[in-house]
Ligand binder design. Structure first.
Ligand code: DGL
Length: 272
């Protein structure tokens, strides 16, 4: 039994899809969310820069006395999970490993597709993990326009469907039987992605997969909080108003009066 909170960070607002799943599965846990809205997007940045940001984000969460850190951002998971594990002495869970395990457990023929940001796809992280675990076929594609579409709330109109038809071409016609939604924002477009891919392609939402993995890890380490009360704190590094508006839509509940702005300067490298 451990009443310390769980830290969750993302490059911005999209990681609230992960917080939502964690909250559903572990309602007694206290959750501290950090969205780095001042420096989003991570998906177009170099692995070195994303790792530096991830370390600073984790230092901030550690200052809140968290017992575990969930890297909700796929791009940050691809670039930085190993560096975070080397630097911090709490369990660090990356969304990529969780998504890979879930995809392999649901796929029949182990022909897996991955969609994500440019940086995630370029990192080859999903692909190498899937192949190391025996996947027969891995097809990946970056879908950068899905992020702004999700933030605008354009998730089920003709534009979203047309964009999905173009991006998802490599996964059609039996190329894969399972598709990993390898970006925080993509679960919001699950409807159009499913429509374009058809029912024969299983969609894996990494947000749910990492929540399950987190529950298992807390239980095996005996650091879960079974009695609550669960609560949530939301920190953003910029644009609190927009974070509140878009975040409330991502989360399906009103965040406005629970949002705090944070300056990460004290957590930069070389600072205590
Ligand atoms: N959170 C990012 C991810 O899951 C998407 C947004 C960004 O590019 O920062 O990869």
């Amino acid at each position: 039994m451990d009443r310390r909170p769980i830290g969750i960070f993302d490059s911005g607002i999209g990681g609230l899809t992960v917080l939502h799943e964690v909250g559903q599965l572990l309602p007694n846990e206290r959750l501290v969310y950090l969205g780095d809205t001042a420096r989003v997007p991570y998906g177009t940045k170099s692995p070195e820069t994303v790792t530096r940001y991830s370390i600073e984000n984790t230092r901030f969460l550690m200052s809140k006395d968290v017992k575990a850190v969930v890297v909700a951002c796929n791009t940050a998971s691809a670039a930085s999970v190993d560096a975070l594990r080397a630097e911090f002495d709490v369990p660090v869970l990356g969304v990529i490993e969780a998504g890979v395990e879930e995809a392999l457990s649901r796929s029949v023929e182990w022909r897996i597709g991955v969609i994500g940001t440019q940086a995630t796809v370029l990192s080859g992280k999903y692909e190498s993990l899937l192949r190391a675990k025996g996947a027969a076929e891995v097809v990946s594609a970056a879908c950068p326009l899905f992020v702004p579409l999700a933030e605008e709330g354009w998730t089920d109109n003709k534009v979203a469907e047309e964009v999905a038809r173009i991006y998802l071409q490599p996964f059609l016609g039996g190329a894969v039987d399972t598709l990993i939604l390898g970006c925080t924002h993509y679960p919001l477009l699950q409807g159009v992605i499913g429509k374009v891919c058809g029912p024969e392609v299983r969609l894996v939402n990494s947000a749910h997969a990492i929540a399950v993995k987190l529950r298992d890890q807390l239980q095996s380490g005996r650091i879960e909080n079974n009695t609550g009360p669960g609560d949530r704190e939301y920190f953003f590094t910029d644009s609190a108003e927009r974070a509140g508006a878009v975040g409330s839509r991502f989360l399906g509940e009103n965040l406005d009066n629970r949002i705090q702005l944070v300056d990460l300067t004290p957590f930069e490298s070389g600072k205590p």
